[in-house]
Unconditional design. Structure first.
Length: 202
């Protein structure tokens, strides 16, 4: 019985010491409002709309009819880890010149300066299907106060990109590490229960 209690308590302590994933920090991440609400124009915003013709899942998705970009800013905590996932679809074709599509995560400081940029370019991935972009866990640098989630398709005038390109189901999650005080409390409880167990055996 004592070994079982010890094993259980150690497992609980280990779980408490690991990072805890948070809920999606984005608003309207899958465009299921049927609008681009909460997604700010980066450039050529009128070229991006919300349609129902090719969702990765759900009913709606964002469609870039030519070139343009959108982003959403989220307040974050420096030193904490974050992970962005999102889906992008590019049809077959070559466009008429230099172009690209991307999904990215950028950390910004209080003056808007970039402190870290994690971007995946999609044009080299498999066409005519949705591809998952995943930054993995990345740490917000010191002085970072904002995470900017970005997507879009660009082309240098007068060239045109392959279009339309589709984007769907973004997820930005944080990974919070328990504070030292919380870990100390867990450890104190562990020691206390072990001591009580030993007294009962005596």
């Amino acid at each position: 019985m004592g070994k079982f209690i010890l094993t259980t308590l150690i497992a609980i302590f280990a779980i408490g010491a690991t990072s805890v994933a948070e809920a999606n920090l984005l608003v309207n991440p899958s465009f299921e409002t049927g609008t681009l609400a909460n997604w700010t124009v980066d450039w050529n915003g009128s070229n991006i709309g919300v349609v129902t013709s090719n969702p990765q899942s759900g009913t709606y998705h964002a469609r870039n009819f030519n070139d343009g970009g959108r982003y959403q800013d989220v307040g974050i905590v420096e030193g904490q880890q974050y992970q962005l996932t999102g889906w992008g679809y590019i049809p077959a074709g070559t466009g008429t010149g230099v172009w690209g599509s991307y999904i990215g995560l950028r950390f910004l400081n209080g003056t808007g300066g970039t402190g870290g940029n994690y971007q995946t370019n999609l044009e080299g991935l498999t066409r005519n299907q949705y591809n998952l972009v995943d930054t993995g866990l990345v740490t917000a640098p010191a002085t970072a106060v904002t995470a900017r989630v970005r997507f879009g398709t660009w082309a240098d005038n007068p060239w045109l990109p392959v279009n339309p390109t589709d984007f769907d189901n973004f997820d930005l999650a944080g990974s919070a590490i328990p504070e030292p005080a919380s870990l100390l409390l867990i450890g104190s409880g562990l020691v206390g229960i072990l001591g009580f167990t030993r007294k009962r055996k005596a």
